[in-house]
Design a protein around this ligand. Structure first.
Ligand SMILES: [Zn+2]
Length: 271
């Protein structure tokens, strides 16, 4: 599943090819995404100039001279740059064709993603209005987590994956940050000290930043016509390692379900 680093890498990969250019055509082959692609998207976008590609949490914001296209990659979505004449593959649902013979192609086998138009500032859109701070912003730190956690019994892992608490910390990075911070994923959020939250906040930012940096090496995949961008191999210390020895203490990594999500932890290192 595309997580924040993949979305940020996508943003950096596509922006230089399309920013500043006008849309000349929109082709919707399949409108049934998580929410339907607006029927008048072609009418709305044709002739508009893309001014910027931003990211908020796991949403990509394609800003036009007036209005914004909000894109989410869902469970299996990807965006890439190709020539408009390149034959679409299965699940290539939407093309935004720009002047200069450039096409931004949306691919999504499971169709949990979305492409939605808003004429308002996107920060006010219902999908974005309640999002917490960006985990890589100065506004985010352990004190913010500690403040919001007061009195809450919810498991800390579910707490940091709540986008109202902090935007865009997905399952992989929640597992990794908790392992690095030595915090048991099921510990009640309200029963963790400020010092431990400070440590956790730093690890959340660090694992995301490291992954984004690593993603930079795959940028060329966004102009690969033959395949979907290969999401980069992660250097994972705990995620998906059930039964394998902990990289710190050697104890077998355990797996449990928490909030319906696969949760990996070391029973010795994480308390
Ligand atoms: Zn361990």
């Amino acid at each position: 599943m595309p997580e924040l680093p993949e979305v940020e890498t996508t943003r950096r990969g596509i922006a230089p090819h399309i920013a500043g250019w006008r849309i000349v055509d929109v082709r919707v082959r399949e409108a049934r995404l998580r929410w339907p692609v607006p029927a008048d998207l072609g009418e709305t976008l044709t002739g508009r100039r893309l001014t910027d590609v931003r990211r908020r949490g796991k949403y990509l914001l394609l800003d036009f001279d007036e209005g914004t296209l909000i894109a989410h990659l869902g469970m299996s979505g990807s965006l890439r740059i190709c020539k408009p004449g390149f034959p679409p593959r299965k699940h290539d649902h939407v093309d935004l064709v720009f002047e200069g013979d450039i096409c931004l192609r949306y691919h999504d086998p499971r169709r949990f993603g979305c492409l939605l138009w808003t004429a308002e500032p996107p920060e006010r859109h219902p999908l974005l209005a309640a999002l917490g701070p960006e985990p890589l912003d100065k506004a985010f730190d352990g004190a913010h987590l500690h403040r919001l956690a007061a009195g809450r019994n919810t498991a800390v892992k579910s707490f940091i994956m709540d986008s109202r608490v902090v935007a865009g910390v997905g399952n992989i990075y929640a597992n990794e940050a908790l392992f690095r911070a030595g915090i048991h994923p099921a510990r009640p959020a309200g029963k963790i000290s400020l010092a431990r939250y400070r440590n956790l906040g730093e690890h959340i930012a660090e694992v995301l930043a490291a992954s984004i940096e690593q993603g930079g090496t795959t940028l060329r995949d966004f102009v690969n016509e033959s395949g979907a961008p290969g999401y980069f191999k992660q250097v994972l210390r705990v995620y998906d390692r059930a039964g394998q020895p902990c990289r710190v203490c050697g104890e077998p990594i355990r797996c449990m379900r928490l909030g319906q999500r696969a949760t990996y932890y070391c029973p010795r290192c994480q308390r």
